[in-house]
Design a protein around this ligand. Structure first.
Ligand SMILES: Nc1ncnc2c1ncn2[C@@H]1O[C@H](COP(=O)(O)OP(=O)(O)OP(=O)(O)O)[C@@H](O)[C@H]1O
Ligand SMILES: [Mg+2]
Length: 327
């Protein structure tokens, strides 16, 4: 658990971080969002003591970080630096191996871990392992930066705009990979992002910052349903909030499980027997936002939910609308 209390950082006359307090539970993902220059990176940098606070305290698992030996603190915290920050004179493999080497893992274990991470982040180990950062595209460098931070499976991960330089397809893939690893390992994460969709997709809670302060912090759905007047409301956006609320829910939550008459599974698609039309079914991993889009597209009252080739239920339009509706 990370406990931050009254954290403040002044650079001369500038107060970059102003009396910030929050808590991140074990295994939780907190997103830190806000406009450029509001103090997000400075907050992260105080958590692993890249800079010292002017005031306030940070405790990780109950220990004041000022009392923890610096090396021990840093080895336990993965850090994805804004703008990548790879060591330029080290190969990709050596960059990823930074923390495992400091922890004196044996060679074979390090090699295996580097290969595993490169594959996970869609970089061919044979092609990329021996390259230098300057020989990589921005997005490839960014993936190496994330792999490096996760190499030794730290219990705390600080990520400063980790997926910013990626195209939407690669980004979505990496977000999914990241989410799966984070869940499996129960990593405690603070994620800085400019992308509200990314925040809603990955975070359990979101903190909105402005001019060094946290204006509102809470579960994603709360922020959408009850944003504070002013900056938060503007930042979170009201136009598509119903759709964003839907994106926080999975189809399994509202699927009616009973057998559905009139549909038949045929070659991976579902055929509506009355009209003879083929319908692309929903899968259990789909969100209600995806369901809403498909319901509109199909002009349907409900869509079939198919799991492992079996028709397991229906998702009804009226139930989708109810979840996205104001209270
Ligand atoms: N080392 C420093 N010396 C002086 N001022 C600094 C220093 N680091 C940050 N600042 C100032 O502190 C404020 C907060 O900066 P910070 O980097 O935390 O913002 P940010 O929220 O991460 O912004 P961005 O989204 O652009 O990355 C800014 O006004 C910045 O100019
Ligand atoms: Mg920053």
């Amino acid at each position: 658990m990370i406990e931050v209390e009254g954290l403040t950082k002044r650079f001369g006359a500038t107060t970059a971080v102003d009396d910030v307090s929050f808590r991140v539970e074990d295994g939780e993902v907190l997103a830190l969002v806000g406009t450029s220059g509001c103090g997000k990176s400075t907050t992260l940098r105080m958590l692993n003591r890249l800079i010292d606070p002017t005031e306030g305290t940070v405790r990780i698992d109950g220990r004041d970080i000022m009392q923890v030996p610096l090396e021990e603190l840093r080895l336990g915290i993965g850090y994805v630096i804004q703008g990548v920050g790879l060591f330029p004179h080290w190969t990709v493999a050596r960059n990823i191996a930074t923390v495992p080497r400091l922890m004196r893992w044996d060679r074979a274990r390090i090699d295996a871990r580097v290969r595993e991470l490169l594959e996970l982040f869609q970089l061919d180990p044979a092609e990329f392992g021996d390259k230098y950062p300057a020989q990589l595209s921005g997005g490839q460098q960014q993936r190496v930066g994330v792999a490096r931070a996760m190499a030794a499976e730290p219990s705390v991960l600080l990520m400063d705009e980790p997926f910013g330089a990626l195209d939407p397809v690669t980004r979505a893939h990496l977000q999914d990979e990241f989410e799966a690893i984070q869940r499996r390992l129960g990593t405690t994460v603070i994620l800085v992002t400019h992308d509200m969709d990314e925040a809603f997709k990955l975070a359990d809670r979101i903190a909105v910052m402005d001019t060094g302060r946290i204006l509102q912090i809470g579960r994603s759905e709360l922020l959408l349903r009850e944003p504070q007047e002013g900056f938060v409301r503007q930042f979170v956006g009201l136009d598509d909030r119903a759709l964003r609320i839907l994106s926080l829910h999975g189809v399994a939550e509202i699927a009616t499980p009973h057998k559905v008459e009139g549909w038949e599974v045929l070659d991976g698609a579902v055929v509506d027997q009355a009209s003879g039309r083929r319908i692309l079914p929903l899968a259990p991993s789909d969100t209600l936002r995806e369901a809403a889009s498909r319901i509109i597209w199909e002009g349907a009252d409900s869509l079939p939910l198919v799991e492992a080739g079996m028709l397991v239920g229906a998702v009804r339009a009226e139930d989708v609308w109810r979840v996205g509706r104001r209270a």
